[in-house]
Design a protein around this ligand. Sequence first.
Ligand SMILES: Cc1cc2nc3c(=O)[nH]c(=O)nc-3n(C[C@H](O)[C@H](O)[C@H](O)COP(=O)(O)O)c2cc1C
Length: 118
Amino acid sequence: MDYNNRDSRVYREHDDASLRDIPLVKDKADNWEGYDTVFIGYPIWWGIAAWPVDTFVKHNDFSGKTVIPFATSASSGLGDSGRQLQQMAGTGNWLEGKRFPSNVSESTVQQWVQSLNL
Ligand SMILES: Cc1cc2nc3c(=O)[nH]c(=O)nc-3n(C[C@H](O)[C@H](O)[C@H](O)COP(=O)(O)O)c2cc1C
């Protein structure tokens, strides 16, 4: 995870996308059909969504669901990260989403969720 170390795993995966196909411990949610809104949260890595989340996005069908990406980062914005995940998913009604600083407070996140009027 040391992105200042060229020999670290995350650095090698960043340089070679073929190394990123990381199986998640779990990429299916229980009672998936029971949800009509899905939040996809991730840290920003080198300007994009941390790639372990790719597997979850690729392995689930978002048809008929509203999908809201959100991220934490040190300073980068959300950028194209949400749109890239949307393309990987291929299904779902994806909203613009939101980036938070990594030390965001719980109340700030709660206010954002309430402002969505879901
Ligand atoms: C491999 C790696 C790459 C990162 N790249 C960025 C980046 O491009 N821009 C940025 O603002 N923060 C970057 N960060 C900082 C993370 O986004 C930040 O640590 C995370 O959102 C906060 O989660 P944490 O508290 O679990 O670390 C990076 C962190 C790691 C580990």
